[in-house]
Design a protein around this ligand. Structure first.
Ligand SMILES: C[S@@+](CC[C@H](N)C(=O)[O-])C[C@H]1O[C@@H](n2cnc3c(N)ncnc32)[C@H](O)[C@@H]1O
Length: 237
């Protein structure tokens, strides 16, 4: 498999993330699932901004391609970055022509120049408040002037499923450590609106589409719901 694996960059902080998601993808997670609506909105926004659309992009946490394949299939020149080798291998076997664009690396250790846009769909929530805030600072530092950041992350309004304990509360948001279920052992952050806005503006970005909450009922009649923020920000030009 010709995936650009830089295993040495999977540091301790990201090892647990990689292990959990490797297991999930090998177990069939997202197989056959449609892209989320936000991926279509990324394409629509880029179509309005041809100079950014034709620049080099980065998808952080491309997983096994549910959304990444939609973007790359629309002729975007977009690198797919993930800590999960299993996810990247599934993308490469579905679309071998994309293998050279796939990189296994923790985003916090990734250093490969500047990008016109960065997409992060359900990846910037992996870790505690400090780690997840750092994702926004890193993204801002990698964006060209005027470049766009597209983010979908967990919202604090979620009814968290699976056994867990809350390990910290921060500005209306909170971090959980899962103690059961598929993410057992993982720290995951749930953002309040204010916290998300502070992460964006504190990184020197300007919100161009304020956070909008999207709530999904748990499948199969399970109780509770799961909420995500979707937002777009720009680096000042
Ligand atoms: C919830 S899955 C979403 C995958 C994909 N974005 C989608 O929507 O189908 C989160 C993905 O982000 C990846 N990820 C989380 N933290 C990461 C990091 N620091 N660097 C690279 N990938 C990361 C995980 O390995 C996982 O594949």
């Amino acid at each position: 498999m010709d995936v650009n694996v830089t295993e040495k960059f999977i540091t301790d902080g990201a090892r647990m993330i990689a292990d959990v998601w490797d297991k999930e993808y090998r177990g069939g997670r997202y197989a056959g699932e449609s892209p989320v609506g936000f991926a279509g909105e990324v394409l629509a926004e880029l179509a309005r901004r041809p100079e950014i659309q034709h620049s080099r992009g980065l998808y952080v946490g491309c997983g096994n391609g549910r959304n990444y394949l939609k973007l790359a299939g629309a002729d975007l020149d977009v690198i797919g970055l993930d800590v999960s080798a299993a996810g990247l291998e599934q993308i490469a076997s579905k679309e071998p022509s994309l293998a050279h664009k796939l990189v296994q690396c923790d985003f916090l250790n990734y250093d490969n120049g500047m990008f016109g846009y960065i997409v992060a769909i359900q990846s910037f929530q992996h870790g505690d408040a400090a780690r997840t805030a750092e994702y926004f600072r890193r993204a801002a530092a990698m964006l060209d002037a005027g470049g766009l950041l597209f983010v979908r992350v967990n919202a604090a309004d979620t009814d968290v499923g699976h056994p867990h304990r809350i390990t910290e509360r921060s500005g209306g948001g909170f971090t959980v450590l899962y103690e059961g279920g598929p993410k057992s052992g993982l720290h995951v952050h749930f953002f309040s609106r204010g916290e998300l806005e502070a992460a964006v503006t504190g990184s020197g970005l300007r919100m161009t589409r304020p956070p909008r909450m999207v709530t999904t009922k748990r499948p199969g009649g399970a109780p509770g719901s799961w909420s995500q923020w979707e937002m777009v920000a720009a680096r000042e030009g």
